[in-house]
Design a protein around this ligand. Sequence first.
Ligand code: UD1
Ligand code: CA
Length: 454
Amino acid sequence: MNLGALILAAGKGTRMYSETPKVLQTLLGEPMLYYVHAALSGVGDLPFWTVIGHGADMVRAAFPEHEAYFIFQEQQLGTGHAVSIAMPVLEKNGIDGLLVVNGDTPLVSSDIICRFLTLMELNSTALGFISIMLEDPKAYGRVVRDNLGRVRGIVECKDFNAAEHGTASGEINTGIYYFSLKILQHLLPQLTNNNKSGEYYITDLVTLAVQEGHRVEAVNFGGEPCLLGVNTPLELSDAENCLRRKINRQWMERGVMLHMPEMITISPRAALEPGACVYGPSEILGKSKLHHGSCVESHCVVRNTDIGTGAIVHSFSHLEHAKIGEGCSVGPYARLRPESVMEKNARIGNFVEMKKAVLREGAKANHLSYLGDADIGAHSNIGAGTITCNYDGVSKHRTQIGERAFIGSNTALVAPVDVGPGALIGAGSVITKDVPEGMLALARAKQTMLPRRK
Ligand code: UD1
Ligand code: CA
């Protein structure tokens, strides 16, 4: 059997009331589609394609590594139509068994998919899908069975009426299906859009298959809330909370200390070593890494940042694409923009902003500074209010500061400029020329004192 998978992700997500395509709405900072991709990647040896349409360019840009596996559905005429658009690609790739997953099912796991596929394979099923039981079937497609318990079809909520379909049992369709390619080739041309939405429904394939006497299996996965489709802001939030609890619990089980875990967001791409500690509310996003003994205090946003052993990030700090070395101290109220590097034991205090800057070992900038496009030597001290003036209105320029330099408070370093090792700059200076090693530079008006007018 040559298995493949197809993710349906072309819809607009009308009920999100957002310009962002639904599959790019985020949970714990990662787009919904990331989770479906991760679940399928975890199955192993299962090639998968993604049907996109609404906001296709945005989706492509968010998943550049998947570029060769996007299939474009120009008009979103329904989930059945989305599958028929993909057929030529699937046939060309010799796929003969197809898993279909709705792109708005972010909590689906590799484990669930494996279990489902195993069942399909064992029973040589031609068409199967996963159902679950809900007390309130909401707007999901309802599974209709005959009095012997055999599946008759899936009826969309809009098209459901009790007189025709019987009372709803609470069994709903999760939007995860298995089809043999043969059955798709045979049934897809028979789909019509003769329903309340005027769409070609993938779910009608079930009814068609039953009518033709094919074996159709609804595999009931009980009450798994993780298989619910996400269509509204409330459902997105419920799914995100569910993921948050799961991920945070796993980190705590591995020895990570989380204070107020319900208020801590940790990306599924982040890594935390045992003995790392986070206080909520905080967000540890993207590919961040927290090493042993590091601590992030409350109200911090840490994105794609590596926080070294024993380093502490004090409250209200915002870190993005930064690298913080062992034993460093950051904040409170610090901002580290991309390519900020702090080497071992460096310190950044309140209201200090760094961007494309390196603070070498033991260097410190404790108060109110902007350090952009700069390299600051080991054990240097950057006084309060120091600004690297890196932008001349056209280009950016670098500031270089040697080891053990001392930059007096309220200094403006007009880049490009080079301050040598051990140099001292008097407070309030505007430095426009290089300062050689060990020199004292004063670049400010001399204080004059005149008698006061009476
Ligand atoms: C669908 C199912 C419903 C099931 C529910 C589970 C149909 C007709 N109904 O309903 O039985 O209970 O999922 O969550 O399938 N999409 C496309 N192209 C289109 C239309 C949709 O790719 O032309 C994608 C969407 O982006 C979405 C997925 O298909 O990821 C499902 O579509 P959606 O409109 O959300 O279907 P539901 O109404 O939720
Ligand atoms: Ca949906």
